[in-house]
Design a protein around this ligand. Structure first.
Ligand SMILES: Nc1ncnc2c1ncn2[C@@H]1O[C@H](COP(=O)(O)OP(=O)(O)OP(=O)(O)O)[C@@H](O)[C@H]1O
Ligand SMILES: [Mg+2]
Length: 482
């Protein structure tokens, strides 16, 4: 054999070996794919990847649904985040909706892949599910009780070029956690919880109020909105000063001035649930404590008509009755305030407490003490500014020849936004509605209901901002920790 034939022969031999290796690998892969259970398949592939991993340019992170029997926050976040990255080229999707959600959710099905782009980096995601049958028949089949005891293991794998490992851990995964939080908040239906028989029962909160449609003096509205926004952005600040992340508002004003409307607008703006606490339903301080600790974070605790909710005047009498334990525990203002200031503050985050009253002057001084409520908001009678908002809400107009007369009358007489709104709703024809309003206001003026107390322009009357010591220090230092 000459040297040329020798070279051809040895090349052939190498090629045959290479083909048979590739062939066996393919056969092996087919066998593994078709005949082995998912779990075993994963073990074999991961062992293979582990053995030859250093040849690969790819890096894979496994995100399991549960880790050490507790749910994995990153799995939940990835699942939520990926729902927003679904594209039309995915063949099989899962569709779901539960009572808590506003819309149908599409998500990856077992084995499906999705490619996400973050800062120009490609991330290949895959969902894997394995089902195990524990072989126990659990009786009749229904939603809570499937006929067989199945359990499934789910996990995501996310694969990317290994040079992006640091970016992935430092930026991409935290980005997913943050985004998922935002998505969940935006998609959630708000709840209104009411207390009865010592526990909270929720219903869907469908309050239409928003800050745009709320009739309120412009500067006051701006101050309240800014205060809320500042509050929700200050997690780190509250942590740093070691204070509970909560804020209290006292809303006062006559019936129909929009106290409940403002609460609805706050809930919609912050996407917070409302806990409407009816103190008449609560007999003891212990029952009150139980209710308050069961409140979730990101919520508004509302106590309407705080002046007439409990006969607070009896509270000192109760204290004297030391022998009767149950009477001693009777619901009291101090019990409520102690709990809000104390234990409850430290057990939750992002809580807003709102008290409403028609008669600020009737309130127990303990409630008005500086530092108790952060802001006192006077929801006053309807002034020109509020009228403009209401008329825009109901008739979508911002100018009309009758406005001047109405605004003049509103400066003279006391009419609540509710009274004005009622007139504006009486007819779809603007002129008719405005004429009705003029008659109402003239009637009030003729009856001598002079509007001496109307302070729409008197901002000091409208708002008492009870600044806290540390906030004063912070603003004087010019620093913002939010
Ligand atoms: N400031 C306002 N902006 C917009 N609408 C208002 C306002 N005030 C009152 N309304 C209208 O009047 C209705 C009653 O107002 P709301 O229940 O908010 O008053 P309130 O101050 O809570 O009264 P109460 O003291 O009786 O609880 C609302 O449903 C809304 O239609
Ligand atoms: Mg109300």
């Amino acid at each position: 054999m000459d040297s040329q034939t020798k070279a051809v022969e040895s090349t052939k031999k190498y090629l045959t070996t290479a083909v048979s290796i590739v062939g066996s690998a393919m056969v092996a892969r087919t066998i593994v794919n078709q005949y082995l259970p998912n779990e075993l398949r994963t073990i074999i592939f991961s062992a293979f990847h582990h053995r030859f991993g250093w040849f690969s340019t790819e890096h894979t992170i496994v995100i399991k649904e549960t880790e050490n029997l507790t749910s994995n926050e990153l799995y939940d976040a990835s699942s939520t985040y990926l729902q927003t990255r679904i594209s039309s080229n995915i063949r099989r999707l899962r569709a779901s909706k539960n009572k808590e959600m506003k819309s149908i959710i599409l998500s990856l099905d077992d084995g499906e892949e999705l490619v996400d782009d973050f800062q120009g980096i490609n991330y290949k995601w895959q969902l894997k599910i394995t089902k195990e049958n524990h072989g126990r028949n659990l009786g009749r089949k229904n939603d809570e009780n499937p006929s067989w005891d199945f359990s499934s293991t789910r996990w995501f794998t996310v694969t990317f070029h290994k040079k992006y490992k640091d970016v992935t851990l430092d930026s991409y995964l935290p980005h997913i956690l943050e985004k998922a939080k935002e998505i969940k908040v935006a998609d959630r239906r708000l709840k209104l919880y009411m207390n009865e028989y010592g526990s909270w029962s929720p219903i869907d909160l469908q309050h239409p109020a928003t800050f745009e449609t709320l009739a309120m003096e412009a500067d006051l509205k701006k101050t309240v909105l800014e205060d809320l926004t500042r509050f929700i952005q200050r997690k780190e600040y509250y942590k740093k000063i070691g204070k509970a992340w909560k804020r209290g508002y006292l809303l006062f004003g006559p019936p129909g001035t929009g106290k409940s409307t403002l609460i609805g607008a706050m809930a919609n703006y912050l996407k917070f649930d409302i806990y409407d606490l009816n103190l008449r339903e609560v007999r003891t301080n212990s029952e009150l404590n139980r209710l308050l600790v069961r409140m979730k974070n990101k919520s508004l605790l509302v106590i309407e008509d705080i002046d007439c909710s409990i006969d607070f005047k009896n509270r000192n009498k109760n204290k004297k009755n030391e022998t009767n334990k149950s009477r001693n525990d009777e619901i009291s203002l101090s019990g409520l305030l102690n709990f809000i200031d104390g234990l409850w503050s430290t057990s939750g985050e992002e809580r807003i407490i709102l008290f409403t009253t028609n008669y600020k002057e009737k309130l127990d001084p303990a409630l008005l003490r500086p530092g108790r409520m952060d802001m006192h908001i006077n929801m006053g009678y309807c002034g020109p500014n509020s009228f403009r908002i209401l008329v825009y809400n109901y008739h979508a107009i911002d100018e009309h020849p009758m406005f001047e007369e109405i605004e003049g009358l509103l400066k003279e007489v006391e009419a609540t936004p509710a009274e004005v709104a009622e007139q504006l709703m009486r007819s779809d024809i603007v002129d008719v509605a405005l004429e009705g309003l003029i008659q109402l206001l003239q009637g009030k003026r003729n009856k001598g209901q002079g509007n001496k107390g109307n302070g729409e322009d008197d901002k000091d009357e409208k708002l008492v901002l009870v600044e806290k010591e540390e906030e004063r220090l912070e603003s004087s230092a010019g620093g913002s920790l939010s």
